[in-house]
Write a protein that binds this ligand. Structure first.
Ligand code: ATP
Ligand code: MG
Length: 568
């Protein structure tokens, strides 16, 4: 088949743009390296929730399969019995689906292959390529040598095949304590690559596995289980992150010694690193377990479940993964790019509402107390097909506190004593009086309005420089609004902000602000997860966990402005 016939040229945006991995695949197709379809896999260890870094890997693996009309498997790498939990498996499945990818019927577990992996170990022993070693972990480290010194052979390296078979079977049968013995590959103690100095293939662990229960008390190591799992699933291109580069010779060694035909090939790429973000599952888990955040889906977390709850869309995350590209060189991506992607995705899709986050009451003294007008307003001026809605106006309204100043500086065009501004979609109002409480704080503004200046009436008598958004006090929905800032601070930010250090993470003490706000009444109908633009204030979504019809809760997904300039 020629290359052109093999590639899916549809314009589906879930197909990743071309990258160096695709060049390798193109070459393999050209040279007929495989007589099977391009086949990738996404192999998470079910020991935590997926994060935005995993999204990069998911988009790459599933996107590559799609591009070449191939297949991508979901495989749980559950070779470590201690750390894995069913909760994580369910969340991983949900996240992959939500991102828009489908493993069809190909969901596997490395633990499905335990018997097969054991048989392969027997083959290696029979070939003299693996042996049972009784050195302690500490002794083994000593014998291994260092980058600058050779290793020396284990005294158990020359055991007979017979003795190795007998001991390995007895390891499986549970005769020995944890750590008493291991099975090691017999490769090369003088290799410059430490991974090749007789690496451990199996260890003893009398632990209950979440799927195989107590069937096994020996467990295969990742470097041994992974290539074989790939080969058993007919994977052609095993894409992983850069830290496995030095493990590739071992990956190839295992498959070659076991005589797999057309073995899969491992290709490494640079993992995603984002500013203001920590992506180690171990560290994220610590934040959850020690109560620094409210669970894995706390909207400040970099997990997929948190991004979903915050209001991110799968389209925005896929777009982000496409924009960052795939390369060998590690580089840190500015989190502003992720924010750019969600703004861009929501811009034309979501209705633009008026919400007053920090309210200040305004009374329009010459507007009748019992009068209500309804103004027809476009839902999104850039998307006329989104229709219109009615917004009520009456004598008492709220504006943002920051839209009024008693003693304004030059070039302040919003409301101040004696100044006239436009109320968006409504009338011009002029500030006549300030009401303060006993403490001297401003609690209310009194204005007059000019009935001639109604928006849309064609009024051209005079111009004003400021336009303010507002909500009708009588009609507005009082809601809780949660504003988020980065949970993690970069070093230089931590130096000038309130932060707390935990396990190397610099946590922002001010990453969450909860306020009571007023929102125009049309949001009453909103469903859980529904998104809006609140003009000037950002994109928001109805919190899927805490919002109720009686007490609505909104998350700010992202503010409207960014200093970030995107090149393409
Ligand atoms: P962590 O360090 O967060 O625990 P991990 O690599 O141990 O991550 P796995 O469950 O083993 O987590 O990862 C599944 C797949 O996702 C692997 O192929 C891994 O290379 C990839 N992956 C993990 N983190 C990133 C990242 N930041 N960028 C790109 N791919 C990643
Ligand atoms: Mg891992």
């Amino acid at each position: 088949m020629s290359e052109n016939q093999n590639i899916d040229h549809s314009t589906d945006e879930s197909i990743v743009r071309s990258n160096f991995i695709h060049n390798i695949i193109d070459e393999d197709i050209e040279n007929n390296v495989y007589d099977r379809k391009v086949h990738t896999r996404f192999p998470p260890e079910p020991n935590g929730y997926l994060h935005i870094g995993h999204a990069k890997s998911i988009c790459l693996n599933f996107g590559t399969a799609k591009k070449y009309r191939g297949l991508c498997n979901l495989r749980f790498d559950d070779t470590n019995p201690i750390k894995e939990e069913v909760e994580f498996i369910e969340s991983i499945k949900k996240d992959v689906k939500w991102l828009g990818f489908d493993w069809e019927e190909r969901m596997y577990y490395a633990s499905d292959y335990f018997e097969k992996l054991y048989e392969c170990a027997i083959i290696l022993i029979e070939k003299g390529k693996a042996y049972v070693c009784d050195l302690s972990a500490e002794q083994m480290r000593e014998y291994r040598g260092t980058l600058t010194s050779n290793g020396k052979p284990s005294p158990y390296r020359d055991r007979s095949v017979q003795e190795n078979l007998d001991l390995f079977k007895r390891m499986r049968a549970g005769e020995f304590e944890d750590g008493a013995r291991v099975l090691r590959a017999n490769i090369d103690m003088e290799s410059p690559n430490l991974n090749m100095r007789d690496p451990v293939l199996y260890r003893i662990s009398h632990a209950t596995h979440h799927r195989t229960k107590d069937d096994w008390c020996i467990y295969p190591m990742y470097d041994y289980a992974h290539p074989i799992s790939d080969a058993l699933e007919d994977i052609t291109h095993s894409i992983c992150t850069l830290e496995f580069e030095a493990h590739r010779p071992l990956y190839d060694w295992v498959l070659s010694e076991l005589d797999f035909k057309q073995p899969p090939k491992q290709i490494e790429f640079a993992r995603l690193e984002l500013t203001n973000t920590v992506m180690s599952k171990r560290k994220l888990r610590k934040l959850v377990e020690e109560g620094y955040v409210n669970g894995w889906d706390d909207p400040r977390m970099p997990t997929m479940s948190a991004l979903r709850r915050r209001g991110y869309t799968p389209e925005a995350i896929r777009d982000f993964c496409d924009k960052i590209g795939v390369a060998k060189a590690i580089s840190q991506v500015d989190i502003a790019l992720l924010e750019h992607c969600i703004r861009d995705n929501l811009k034309l899709k979501e209705a633009r509402m008026m919400a007053v986050l920090r309210p200040l009451k305004v009374v329009i003294t010459n507007y009748p107390a019992d009068k209500v007008e309804y103004f027809k307003v476009e839902n999104n001026q850039e998307s006329p097909e989104m229709g219109t809605r009615e917004v009520p106006f009456c004598r008492e309204i709220y504006i943002e506190q920051e839209d009024f100043m008693e003693n304004p500086p030059k070039k302040y065009f919003r409301l101040y004593p004696g100044n006239e501004v436009r109320l968006k979609n409504a009338y011009f109002v002029k500030c006549e009086e300030i009401i303060k409480n006993d403490a001297g704080e401003i609690v209310e503004i009194r204005c007059t309005y000019d009935p001639e200046t109604r928006s849309g009436s064609g009024f051209t008598g005079r111009k004003v420089k400021g336009t303010l958004h507002w909500v009708s006090a009588q009609h507005a929905v009082k809601a809780q609004v949660r504003l988020y800032d980065n949970l993690f601070l970069e070093q230089e930010q931590a130096a000038v902000s309130e932060s707390v250090e935990l396990d190397g993470m610099m946590l922002n003490k001010n990453s969450l602000e909860v306020i009571e706000s007023y929102i125009e009444p049309s949001v009453k109908e909103a469903k859980s997860g529904q998104r809006y633009q609140f003009i000037r204030n950002g994109y928001f979504c109805v919190d899927a966990v805490d919002s109720t019809p009686e007490k609505m809760v909104f998350n700010r997904i992202v503010s409207l402005k960014s200093s970030f300039k995107i090149k393409n």
